[in-house]
Design a protein around this ligand. Structure first.
Ligand SMILES: [Zn+2]
Length: 119
């Protein structure tokens, strides 16, 4: 399945919107749920998309994350299990298919960054 987000094509499986809404309402019920695209992607796709967003950001400035920032945040790990980026009209959350964490844990972590305004 392929999705086009902020001009970037992402190949992955969409994460159920109800799951996103449930996590958000449980943890951040006082804040309105923003538009969030969340997908499970292969490790290779994860790497590719983040580098593409980094490049896109250099050209247009509307994707507010960089591969470098993600690497810094995750203590030098080149490939964290999940990540979030502000894109045109919302946020993009990618979770690697080989993440060692339960999906809900990765979502709680990444949605937390959105709720706290860290992206
Ligand atoms: Zn994080």
């Amino acid at each position: 399945m392929s999705n086009v987000i902020s001009d970037i094509e992402v190949v992955g499986k969409s994460i159920n919107r109800r799951m996103i809404r449930n996590v958000w309402q449980r943890l951040f019920r006082n804040k309105p749920l923003p538009t969030i695209w969340a997908l499970r992607v292969s490790p290779q796709e994860f790497q590719r998309v983040w580098l593409a967003l980094d490049e896109h950001n250099r050209k247009s400035g509307d994707a507010m994350c960089t591969a470098r920032a993600m690497i810094r945040e995750h203590g030098g790990l080149v490939v964290p299990s999940a990540g979030v980026c502000k894109v045109q009209g919302g946020y993009l959350v990618l979770v690697r298919t080989d993440s060692a964490w339960p999906l809900v844990h990765d979502l709680e972590h990444e949605l937390g960054h959105i709720a706290r305004g860290e992206v």
